[in-house]
Design a protein around this ligand. Structure first.
Ligand SMILES: N[C@@H](CCC(=O)N[C@@H](CS)C(=O)NCC(=O)O)C(=O)O
Length: 215
């Protein structure tokens, strides 16, 4: 099977996780951020992740891909339960964390940003949502302060290093990609349980963190 992704895309990390967790072979295809043709030909719109199955058919939507792989290949491993407190936390942080992430992604040496045209495409599109990237970088401390308070609230919700609610669930599929992407923010210190959880989930799902490249 082929999975079309951008490295920085949290929805793509969700889809990649189920392959890693179940140890299923996968061909990962990193698209250029300005490649509109490939996704549009596969699923009719410019969006990743896209799973191309062995029969050539293509499937979009991260949680549909996760559900398909979990049900079709071996024993189902994910519980569908998502605790309201965790869901609320992800919603709250999801509202502002892109101000920290998007301006950094283009400097991490990621495959989707190898060309200047791919970078320009991303910057133009995302600045429409969050405003000037340089301004957002300059506001780092303000967002970090808020995030550190929110991470302190998340800490008691992490019940095990290898599964947020104690057993693997859709919580891990949604939470780990957010935490993984936050590892690109230099100076951000995860509370101990969150740090152990992020490291363990990265290993279990075979997905690199950005800690070494943080800026
Ligand atoms: N609901 C979709 C959302 C996927 C999504 O928003 N992907 C973004 C990348 S993070 C995308 O492809 N956006 C189009 C673009 O970047 O031009 C899913 O869960 O798969």
């Amino acid at each position: 099977m082929k999975l079309y992704v951008y490295d920085h895309c949290p929805f793509c990390v969700r889809a990649r996780m189920i392959f890693g967790l179940k140890n299923i072979a996968l061909e990962l295809i990193q698209l250029a951020n300005d490649d509109e043709k490939t996704p549009v030909e596969l699923v009719g719109r410019k969006m990743v992740p896209i799973l191309q199955k062995e029969d050539g058919t293509a499937m979009a939507e991260s949680l549909d891909i996760v559900d398909y792989i979990d049900r079709q290949f071996g024993r189902k491993i994910l519980s569908e339960e998502v605790r309201p407190a965790l869901s609320d936390w992800m919603q709250k942080v999801g509202e502002y964390y892109n101000h920290l992430l998007l301006p950094r992604f283009i400097h991490l040496g990621l495959a989707e940003f190898e060309t200047q045209s791919a970078v320009d495409y991303f910057v133009a599109k995302k600045q429409e949502y969050i405003g000037d990237f340089a301004r957002n970088m300059a506001d780092t401390q303000q967002y970090l302060h808020r995030l550190e308070q929110d991470l302190a609230e998340l800490e008691p919700l992490i019940l095990s290093d290898t599964a947020a609610q104690g057993k693997l669930s859709l919580e891990d599929i949604q939470l780990f990609p957010m935490l993984r992407n936050l590892t690109c923010v230099k100076g951000l210190v995860f509370p101990p349980k969150i740090a152990r959880y992020t490291a363990a989930m990265a290993k279990l799902s075979a997905i690199d963190l950005y800690s070494e490249k943080a800026l």
